[in-house]
Design a protein around this ligand. Structure first.
Ligand SMILES: N[C@@H](CCC(=O)N[C@@H](CS)C(=O)NCC(=O)O)C(=O)O
Length: 221
């Protein structure tokens, strides 16, 4: 059986968990906060999430784990059959990670400690984010999904990218970044309605207290 390592408050963990649930793949969850050396044997950079395959092979990096699941469990496909269309799905995923999630992630410590980031840092980050916003406006149709009628890996990826972008937009940048992406709000509402999203969101909420207790303990120790 597949094991998913990590914690439910993590947006990257939830990308892979959403794919597992969507594809009805049996898996177990191993709660890890990535702080111990043993975990490096599972996830070489120590990042959350990691996946252990049924054969006992450890994999990390959420997009790698997602592609592994797609290739080994092709039922309920999350990529189009056409190679070019598949590349376009991966283009949205990569752009949303590089130009939205990663720059916003830099401000997470400020939000968690309720401190304002330096103006210059905020400005730099918004400069990158604006390029990502422009790209998503050019690439995503949201009719109703990112690439049209079918749900794809890009929809799952962007859903959990936006959880960090929304957190940082509201908590540190004083800007509703999602409002600048045409059709995104309606798409977020649609995405939230699936049983899989509801399960992932409920598990995330249930992990909140333990996650922040862990953060607090790390900051104090
Ligand atoms: N590129 C990685 C990023 C994963 C990531 O940043 N995960 C966070 C949790 S949401 C993490 O492990 N943070 C702890 C750390 O950076 O040491 C992926 O796609 O899986």
């Amino acid at each position: 059986m597949i094991t998913l390592h990590g914690f439910s408050y993590s947006n990257y963990y939830n990308i892979v968990k959403h794919v597992l649930l969507y594809k009805n793949i049996h898996f177990t969850e191993d709660t890890q906060y990535g702080s111990n050396d043993d975990y490096l044997a599972i996830s070489p950079v120590g990042k959350i999430p990691a996946l252990t395959t049924a054969e006992g092979v450890h994999l990390s990096e959420s997009s790698v784990c997602c592609d592994y699941l797609e290739e080994t469990c092709p039922e309920m496909p999350l990529y189009p059959a056409d190679t070019t269309e598949r590349a376009r799905i991966r283009q949205v995923m990569r752009i949303s990670e590089l130009y939205l999630e990663l720059p916003c992630r830099r401000l997470i410590p400020f939000v968690f400690t309720k401190t304002a980031p330096p103006d210059e840092l905020g400005k730099d980050i918004l400069g990158v984010v604006d390029r990502g916003v422009g790209a998503l406006n050019r690439l995503c149709t949201f009719d109703p999904y990112i690439a049209g009628a079918e749900l794809t890996m890009a929809d799952i990826y962007l859903r959990y990218v936006m959880s960090v972008v929304d957190l940082i937009g509201g908590g540190a940048l004083h800007r509703d970044i999602g409002a600048d992406i045409k059709g995104l709000k309606e798409w977020q509402t649609l995405m939230a309605q699936s049983d899989v999203s509801k399960k992932v969101d409920a598990d995330q909420a249930a992990n909140r207290e333990e996650f922040f207790a862990m953060i607090k303990a790390r900051m104090n120790g």
